[in-house]
Design a protein around this ligand. Structure first.
Ligand code: NAP
Length: 293
């Protein structure tokens, strides 16, 4: 029988993809019935669902707002997930927690591996780094998947923003000096479900405990991601705007983004034999999904 999974954060991009791909295998909870600011009632949900696995897809993801709303970010990214890990540990339920490339400052000059020390420069990055560390130290059957630049047909994300902006404006200016790995939440959900199947079949192995980079294959700048997105959108009749590259310093934001937060996914491939599709192929699928709605 397929393992049952409880997903935390039911309305987020990754949670939506997990529910769509996992079907009946997946139950999801989130606000208002479950809030990471008051995680104490997780025990009722664990009792009620009795899951084989828990995935935490909830987080404070408003990177700029975190700079001024530090307490919210702390609960969503650190203390809330730590509590979840502890409760899952008590019940011996393997726990998969999702983290971010923004735990790095982007100054390494080549893709980050799981062994690189974290060096966040934002409240979001710092609270996510604290969350990773707490989860791993509180639960021996926990795994942290670090992902990056997530987009999907759900919620708010860069790909959807570019399509909406491109429909209204003949010229778009997009940052071209930040590099990362665009990741479709559908691809990430697929990888997580495959990891869970493997753990279920082979039982928990010691080397599953730890951090795994899990992001789309190939890197891009936001400018390149915008170009590919809007080229794909033009296949569905949307007029292609002119896209102008700009520098980060010309697009100031409250939270400083890392300039190069590429992640090396060798460990994921070696441990689970899993690789992501090329990001351009996945963008094409998501744009198709958006235009077929
Ligand atoms: N988005 C990205 O580009 C990106 C990049 C790197 C890593 N990640 C990580 O990937 C994971 C999934 O991200 P995503 O893009 O799917 O996130 P998302 O679409 O922004 O969704 C986040 C979800 O978390 C929920 N949430 C926030 N605060 C909460 C709280 N206090 N209690 C309960 N739920 C709360 C939100 O609930 P509401 O619906 O009620 O607001 C929302 O459903 C996160 O761990 C994130 O840090 C994301």
């Amino acid at each position: 029988m397929r393992p049952s999974i409880l997903v935390i954060g039911k309305a987020g991009q990754l949670a939506m993809s997990l529910q769509a791909l996992g079907g009946k295998q997946v139950a999801a909870i989130g606000r208002p019935e479950f809030d990471l600011n008051h995680p104490e009632n997780i025990s009722e949900f664990l009792k009620c669902h009795n899951p084989d696995f828990v995935i935490n897809a909830a987080a404070w993801t408003a990177v700029d707002l975190a700079e001024t709303e530090q307490e919210g970010a702390q609960c969503g990214n650190y203390t809330g997930p730590a509590f979840l890990a502890q409760e899952c540990a008590l019940r011996h339920i393997p726990f998969i927690h999702v983290s971010t490339d923004y735990v790095f400052n982007g100054k390494k000059g080549k893709p980050y591996t799981e062994d690189d020390p974290v060096c966040p420069e934002t409240v979001y990055g710092r609270t996510k780094a604290e969350g990773e560390k707490a989860v791993l130290s509180l639960h021996p059957q926990s795994m942290v998947l670090r992902t990056s630049w997530v987009y999907s047909a759900y919620g708010r994300n860069f790909v959807k923003t570019m399509i909406a902006a491109g429909a209204k404006n003949p010229i778009l200016k997009v940052v071209s000096d930040q590099k990362g790995n665009p990741t479709s939440s559908d691809d990430l959900a697929q990888v997580i479900l495959e990891i869970i199947n493997q753990i279920h079949e082979k039982h928990w192995q010691e080397d599953y405990h730890g951090i795994f980079n899990a992001c789309g294959r190939g890197d891009a700048t936001w400018f390149e991601l915008a170009c590919v997105t809007l080229k794909e959108a033009s296949l569905y009749g949307q007029k292609e705007p002119q896209i102008q590259p700009i520098l980060t310093e010309d697009w100031p934001t409250p939270a400083k983004r890392p300039l190069d937060s590429r992640l090396d996914t060798t460990k994921l491939r070696k441990t689970f034999g899993l690789t992501f599709p090329l990001w351009q192929e996945s963008v094409s699928k998501i744009v198709q999904k958006l235009f077929s709605h």
